[in-house]
Design a binder for this molecule. Structure first.
Ligand SMILES: Cc1ncc(COP(=O)(O)O)c(C=O)c1O
Length: 420
């Protein structure tokens, strides 16, 4: 239990109390090769996961590692104990330190990011707040984009009087065919002024060449809102690498923060192109903070972000990316040439991360794929999820986590072999 008396008995000045809650130890694993199984076995030990099922559905959100969970429990006790005495006096200072760290990580300025409760809040505020559309313009999104963001793009039709264009991304896709698909859409829609672009699809796992597409969009005078909900911390990039001006991120997927933390990015010179939030009092509307108005949030979740970043950095983003890809490669290799199975991400390593979906050839309905996912769970004790909304039909998504090991993947391979 952390309270003022304990802190004082430890000789900790009152002003330092938030730091004391950041005590959960992160293991020292620098002596191990971070791409080795020995290292990843140690990482697995950092997660408490149920033994009831082999969970290959880590796309919903990211389970917290034990140090982050311990920290979150400590922060929850701390915030509960200190209540507004903390939130009104000190929280803002702690929040700003978190922003400084996140800004450095993404190579952006502290004036360009603000925390949200999730990627949805960030992206919906961007889409609905974008104020440069005129009646008669058009906006564009793709079949692989996330459902509620697609709905927000459709919302623009009623509220802004724009035409909404939906395109289908190629399947199978190549690096160039994805770029060509977007370019063709831009040429065919000269009035297009805004598009939604998803970096890593939650439907199939496809990674889209966003840097090239954003550069092309700019040539056609089209602004891009990037959905990076699944790409950040699954893939290694910074904002300047992509050239993006508006983006939404999650910290509760691949960063491993508690559920309830997302982030909005707007390049400094573009903040005025997003309306201040409707909850914002007039007159104080220049900052990125004025684009989000959430009300009371889970302070403990926010305060646990530094521990999640420590754990993330201990592993290293390049190692995370390689590990997830190698677990995905392990099962995809077995089935790429299988006559009954379609793998929905290509072999080109620029076009996938840890997530990849598949379907049994010809089995494209929701029902077929729901049944298939259920079958994995009931007969083989392997949990996956069906996904819909893809132009060429539904599928089953397979998503390893950082605690997944090769035995888990082997179990899935065995199940898919039997089923197929
Ligand atoms: C591509 C994509 N965008 C946005 C979201 C929304 O994230 P959240 O539910 O955390 O707001 C998700 C969630 O899975 C997603 O996969």
């Amino acid at each position: 239990m952390i309270n003022r008396r304990n802190l004082l008995s430890l000789g900790v000045a009152f002003a330092a109390y938030p730091a004391i809650a950041n005590t959960a130890a992160i293991p020292a694993l620098a002596h191990l090769d971070h791409d080795s199984d020995a290292f990843w076995d140690k990482i697995r030990n950092q997660y408490n996961v149920t033994g009831e099922i082999t969970n290959l559905e880590n796309g919903n959100w990211g389970i917290m590692s034990r140090p982050v969970l311990d920290n979150y429990i400590q922060q929850t006790e701390f915030v509960n104990e200190y209540n507004s005495y903390y939130s009104r006096r000190k929280f803002n200072g702690d929040y700003r330190k978190i922003i400084v760290r996140l800004a450095a990580m993404l190579d952006v300025s502290e004036q360009e990011i603000v925390l949200t409760r999730n990627a949805t809040e960030a992206l919906q505020n961007l889409i609905t707040g974008y104020n440069k559309l005129q009646a008669g313009d058009s906006v564009l999104y793709a079949d692989l984009d996330y459902g509620s963001m697609q709905s927000s793009m459709e919302w623009l039709k009623v509220r802004r009087g724009v035409d909404v264009i939906k395109i289908d991304l190629p399947e199978p896709a190549t690096y160039q065919s994805i770029i060509d698909t977007y370019e063709k859409a831009f040429i065919e829609a000269p009035k297009c002024r805004l598009m939604l672009l998803t970096h890593l699809s939650h439907r199939t796992g496809l990674v889209v060449p966003v840097k090239e597409i954003i550069a092309l969009a700019r040539k056609h005078d089209i602004d891009v809102i990037l959905d990076a909900a699944h790409s950040w911390a699954q893939l290694d990039f910074t904002v300047p690498d992509l050239g993006v001006e508006f983006a939404g991120f999650n910290l509760h997927k691949w960063i491993g923060a508690p559920v309830g933390v997302g982030m909005m990015y707007v390049r400094k010179d573009r903040i005025a192109d997003i309306d201040p939030h409707r909850g914002q009092a007039p007159g104080n509307d220049k900052s990125i903070e004025s684009r989000v108005h959430t009300g009371t949030v889970n302070l403990a979740a926010t305060l646990s972000v530094p521990k999640a970043l420590d754990f993330h950095n201990m592993i290293g983003i390049q190692h995370k990316e390689r590990r997830l890809r190698s677990l995905r490669d392990m099962w995809v290799r077995e089935f790429r040439d299988h006559k009954r199975i379609e793998i929905l991400t290509p072999n080109d390593s620029r076009l996938y991360g840890g997530i990849t979906s598949f379907r049994i050839k010809g089995k494209t309905s929701d029902d077929d794929n729901k049944k298939l996912a259920n079958w994995f769970a009931e007969k083989y004790n392997v949990f996956t999820v069906f996904r819909d909304g893809i132009a060429k039909g539904s599928c089953v998504r397979v998503t390893p986590g950082f605690y997944t090991n090769k035995r888990d993947i082997q179990k899935f391979i065995h199940a898919l072999r039997n089923i197929s």
